[in-house]
Design a protein around this ligand. Structure first.
Ligand SMILES: C[S@@+](CC[C@H](N)C(=O)[O-])C[C@H]1O[C@@H](n2cnc3c(N)ncnc32)[C@H](O)[C@@H]1O
Length: 175
């Protein structure tokens, strides 16, 4: 079982994310990924839900967002926003790896600002590979300076092939 942040660490992280989202709005970043109406999206490690909410607008009512996190506070925050904004296309999942989603069922998996936190990234990359459709895409944003290491980590699994780099994202196809 992976370790969740303490509540204080989590709240502090959310505080900094508010500034991050002001500088680089989630909608703008998601535009790089090519999300279409009707897409099913897994937001793995959704945190307070900045990208889940932005993606929910892009996929519309015919699409769906699965917002997954290990931290109860993350899911509480996302739930509160879903209720306030009356979104009906976001489902919350509490997990540290297994998604419970069907094989080949998701168009895009977001691993945003999380890979540096994972003790066993290969397990999660394997789970994402299982649930991605054959033409599905894995999209990463990478925290910190060691971007090459993170990309190598993904490629070493032999499950994903580097597709393209956007201004903020690194995108992979399913092998
Ligand atoms: C830095 S935050 C990024 C949140 C969000 N992706 C964003 O960019 O706004 C990383 C999140 O990943 C979650 N997390 C860390 N390890 C996890 C794991 N093994 N499984 C699921 N979530 C995890 C943390 O609880 C935290 O909410």
């Amino acid at each position: 079982m992976a370790r969740a942040l303490s509540n204080v660490e989590f709240q502090l992280m959310c505080f900094f994310m508010k500034f991050r989202d002001k500088v680089n709005p989630p909608h703008k970043i998601l535009n790089e990924v090519g999300i279409q109406p009707g897409f099913f999206i897994l937001d793995y490690g959704c945190g307070p839900g900045s990208f889940s909410l932005a993606a929910a607008q892009l996929v519309g009512k015919s699409g769906k967002i699965f917002a997954l996190d290990i931290h109860p506070l993350a899911l509480k925050k996302v739930k509160k926003k879903i209720t306030q904004l009356e979104y009906s296309n976001i489902e919350i999942i509490k997990s540290d790896c297994y998604t419970g989603l069907g094989d080949n069922s998701v168009d895009v998996a977001l691993l945003f600002d999380i890979i540096h936190m994972l003790s066993e990234p290969e397990k999660i990359l394997k789970e994402i590979h299982r649930i991605l459709k054959p033409e599905g895409k894995l999209s990463l944003t990478i925290h910190g300076s060691d971007k090459k290491k993170a990309i190598r980590e993904v490629e070493q699994t032999d499950l994903s092939q580097f597709l393209f780099e956007g201004e903020h994202t690194y995108n992979f196809s399913k092998i």
